[in-house]
Design a protein around this ligand. Structure first.
Ligand code: FAD
Ligand code: SIN
Length: 604
């Protein structure tokens, strides 16, 4: 069958390289803009609308030490805080690079039209979040940072698209990576029920995370581990997959006085609310965090989530919730403060039937951010020539075993930009000795780092339908058909594969509190499902959901295998059967806080 052009694109200037960017979160949007403005031929492909991303929902902000930081703050303090929160598991070079280069990419965002909130005197308003030793969180629209940042970047993308210098393909679901002799040369995707191919000189995966692996998550529907699964199937190395961060304060919807409307939509209650002084109390109205860590509600995120889980278990209510008391902020800062500082949260909690100036907010930990991902070096290069990865899908090692709040948007910016710089530099650098961080682990028979040879570069951007339409098999039942969406009850040996069952399994057996028995049970169930679903190969059908299901199952298997392998607790990976736990987390964490220097003691 003759190939039909899917997207009309003009000829490419001789000598220009083509970068295919997959994903329209902060990493993909920013990288696409930088590469376009540098003269590259760029195609930005994303599976929904441009605004469908985790980035859109970010609240707290972006951490960065600017030229005029808060008194006593320094990039060195940011580095120390990041390493500290990461529980000693970070790649220190990557952390140093990210924290020292942050100010340049904040300026980069501003050039693309992003405006951060200012103090009355005109300097940036800097928020404080847990485990930061100084206020250094830039925010926009109060608690609407993600929507404001992504909104401005999307406008910049659309203006370049209108000018004919950037190609954008929305509702295009990447299903596999194309390769030629071990070099990644493009992507196959689904659009409108048809399969298409897109070739380029390099591919940047910026497909975000995988919160949808768990039943309780802060992540929107797009976070289904697609990029990770595509890369693993192509042979890329991964690292740190056992480390999944659970945010301590996700709204528990069915617990409010008048639960309503937005049922099912996750609502994160930003850590910035605790940064402004909100405290956690249990069902008896008792503040409990001080018993677990000297920094109480502002302890590192993994500590707060784990403490909530342990406290609830101690109270005999392991599946219960605690409460966030934001009323104390309003009492201290005056009526109207919460609505001014957190307008989105004020509106959304009210819509859920909670007036947080008067009511406690029921909250519980929920899956939030994957520290692990596709292993990359300091230039965002994966182990596969021609393939870059940036943002949450990547594992640069900056987030260690537990990400410091508001460091994710920053990572996407810094390493998205570094991918573009490497791409533009021309030699693609694969095979350089700088390669993989030392904590590298091969998850799926990763290919060795070899120099990219003969990356394709024709004169026209080829976006084509191959001969075979992908329609066959869509909705045809198979392992995905005929299973009720919420089968309820526990997961036993009879439970067939279904996304909801997978998510419940992961929350129950590979969540905040883990042990070897639970993980082994999870591995067995996942293995049983995998024998039928075959997640090691991409789905053949044209239903994107079928592809997502396989991707989630593959990602779950990799996560659980990594969690089984790491028998000691570290950061967000907490095993109650860990020998190191005998001393209790309070001791371990008091030690961390002793080690943390004050911001004023360190200098750039
Ligand atoms: P994303 O923003 O998730 O974008 C991924 C993109 O890839 C999406 O456009 C998606 O549609 C696309 N995609 C995925 N699969 C495919 C496919 N198969 N084919 C084509 N396209 C695909 N971090 C902070 O630093 N500060 C915060 O304040 C903050 N608040 C947060 C609040 C919430 C509620 C959540 C969920 C996260 C928050 N985070 C925050 C984390 C942060 O938002 C994310 O880690 C970050 O936005 C990830 O950016 P990204 O560009 O890597 O991916
Ligand atoms: C939040 O606002 O609490 C989320 C910040 C983050 O995930 O970094």
């Amino acid at each position: 069958m003759k190939a039909e052009p899917l997207v009309p694109v003009g000829p490419v200037m001789p000598g220009r390289r083509r970068l295919v960017v997959i994903g329209s979160g902060i990493a993909g949007l920013y990288a696409a803009l930088l590469a376009t403005d540098a003269g590259a031929s760029v195609v930005l492909l994303t599976k929904g609308g441009l605004d469908h991303s985790n980035t859109w929902y970010a609240q707290g902000g972006i951490s960065a030490v600017l030229d005029e930081p808060a008194p006593g703050d320094t990039a060195a303090a940011h580095i120390t805080d990041t390493l500290q929160a990461g529980a000693g598991h970070c790649n220190a070079d990557a952390v140093r690079l990210m924290c020292t280069q942050a100010r340049h990419d904040i300026a980069g965002l501003q050039r693309f039209g992003v405006h951060f909130d200012l103090q009355p005197a005109g300097s940036p308003a800097l928020g404080l979040e847990a485990a930061h030793s100084a206020p250094r969180i830039l925010h926009a629209g109060g608690d609407a940072t993600g929507a404001k940042v992504a909104g401005a970047l999307i406008q910049a993308v659309l203006s370049r698209k209108a000018a004919g210098v950037l190609t954008v393909i929305t509702n295009a679901h990447a299903t596999s990576l194309l390769h030629d002799d071990g070099t990644i040369t493009g992507v196959e995707f689904l659009k409108g029920g048809n399969r298409a191919e897109l070739r380029g000189d390099a591919v940047l995966l910026a497909t975000g995370g995988a919160g949808r692996l768990f039943a309780q998550t802060t992540n929107p529907a797009v976070a289904t581990a697609d990029g990770l699964a595509l890369a693993v199937r192509a042979g890329a190395r991964t690292a740190d997959l056992e480390f999944f961060q659970f945010h301590p304060t996700c709204l528990v919807r069915n617990a409010g006085p008048a639960s309503s409307g937005l049922a099912g939509e996750p609502l994160l209650i930003s850590e910035a609310v605790r940064g402004e002084g909100a405290v956690l109390v249990d069902g008896n109205g008792k503040r409990f965090m001080r018993a677990y860590h000297p920094d109480a509600e502002l302890a590192p995120r993994d500590v707060v989530s784990r403490s909530i889980a342990l406290h609830l278990a101690k109270l005999g209510d392991p599946n219960g919730h605690v409460y966030l008391d934001a009323r104390v902020i309003e009492a201290a800062r005056g009526a109207g403060f919460l609505a001014r500082r957190f307008p989105t949260l004020t509106e959304k909690t009210l819509a859920a039937g909670i007036d947080w100036t008067r009511d406690l907010v029921p909250v519980a930990p929920a899956a939030h951010y994957w520290m692990g991902g596709i292993l990359t070096d300091l230039h965002a290069r994966t182990s596969l020539p021609g393939l870059y990865a940036a943002g949450e899908v990547a594992c640069t090692g900056v987030q260690g075993a537990n990400r410091l709040a508001s460091n994710s948007l920053l990572e996407g910016l810094v390493f998205g930009r570094r991918a573009v710089e490497d791409f533009l530099s021309g030699d693609f650098g694969w095979g350089s000795p700088e390669g993989a961080p030392p904590h590298a682990r091969s998850a799926a028979g990763g290919l060795p780092f070899t120099h990219a040879s003969g990356a394709p570069s024709g004169d026209h951007l080829s976006v084509t339908f191959p001969a075979a339409s992908a329609g066959a098999g869509a909705g045809s039942g198979g392992p995905f058909g005929g299973v009720p969406a919420s089968s309820g009850g526990s997961i036993d040996v009879e439970t067939p594969f279904w996304r909801d069952a997978l998510r419940r399994l992961m929350t129950a057996k590979a969540g905040v509190l883990r042990d070897g028995v639970l993980l082994q049970e999870a591995a067995e169930t996942l293995g049983r499902w995998a024998a039928v679903v075959l997640p090691g190969t991409a789905a053949a059908g044209a239903d994107p959901r079928e592809h997502e299901d396989r991707n989630l199952l593959l990602a779950a298997q990799l996560l659980v295998a990594a969690a089984l392998e790491r028998t000691a607790s570290l950061g967000a990976h907490y095993r109650s059967d860990s020998p190191a736990d005998a001393a209790g987390i309070a001791d371990e964490l008091q030690e961390h806080s002793r080690l943390r220097p004050k911001a004023s003691l360190v200098r750039d």
